[in-house]
Design a protein around this ligand. Structure first.
Ligand code: FE
Length: 245
């Protein structure tokens, strides 16, 4: 089985949120799809271990905010890689309560939906929630963030609780390794300008490529990982340098 075929399926990226008895929760999901047009219904797939899943089960309402392509990736780190059990994800973002009482994230969003759960389906590791759309609107005409763009441009992998998570080992084709080996200069003097190896965040999978630097943190291209400031943080999940290998 060639697991790379799964990466040819197209998705967007969304913040799915809910609230029950004053406790708000939200997470980054890519599995949101329209199921019927009349009545308008969409479905989401949520890992059973996600805190937000337990909130949706109790509240029977959820919101979906469609993320825009060009965004501050720290919102993906906070909503995608940190549990709502230990961090108030809503303290740093702009949101509002919908008519049904569900929080709707407005930051980095181009459209939103609020839904009432009409059916819950056990899919194994995940629950499928079928939701009827009660209200929705557009916030911006900017293009949406696609999962493909997220993988290729932000060099990100899905967290382990995502329905689309595929172990890195399964993505190899068995013929050549997936590791990016920097070209070795023939002239020893050129080694002085070799920016060195890529480093990958073990928390979220973001890869720091010295040739690209990190424009989000003002790090110019050609900066070796070793030369990054000691307080450098992963632009996706905010992990420190010590989490990179
Ligand atoms: Fe990270």
């Amino acid at each position: 089985m060639n697991y790379k075929a799964f990466h040819k399926l197209s998705y967007g990226l969304y913040i799915i949120a809910s609230e029950y008895e004053g406790i708000k929760s939200g997470y980054i999901g890519n599995t949101v799809f329209q199921v019927t047009s009349e009545p308008p219904r969409i479905a989401i797939s949520c890992h059973k271990d996600n805190f937000t899943t337990s909130i949706i089960q109790k509240s029977k309402i959820f919101s979906v905010s469609v993320l825009k392509q060009q965004l501050d990736t720290s919102i993906i780190g906070e909503f995608g890689f940190i549990s709502g059990r230990e961090f108030d994800k809503f303290s740093k973002v702009d949101f509002r309560k919908s008519e049904s009482g569900v929080p709707v994230i407005l930051d980095a969003a181009i459209a939103w939906f609020e839904c009432t759960v009409v059916k819950e389906i056990d899919a194994g590791s995940h629950l499928l929630f079928l939701g009827e759309v009660g209200n929705c609107d557009i916030l911006s005409d900017e293009p949406p963030l696609t999962y493909d763009y997220y993988r290729e441009k932000y060099r990100m992998l899905a967290p382990k609780n995502a329905p689309t998570y595929i172990d890195k080992d399964k993505l190899g084709d068995g013929k050549k390794p997936e590791i990016d080996e920097p070209a070795q200069p023939e002239n020893p003097d050129e080694k002085k300008t070799d920016p060195g190896h890529s480093f990958t965040c073990t928390i979220c999978g973001f890869t720091y490529n010295p040739e690209d630097g990190d424009p989000t943190a003002g790090i110019p291209p050609g900066t070796p990982f070793e030369d990054l400031p000691e307080d450098y943080k992963c632009p996706i999940c905010n992990a420190g340098k010590e989490y990179f290998i």
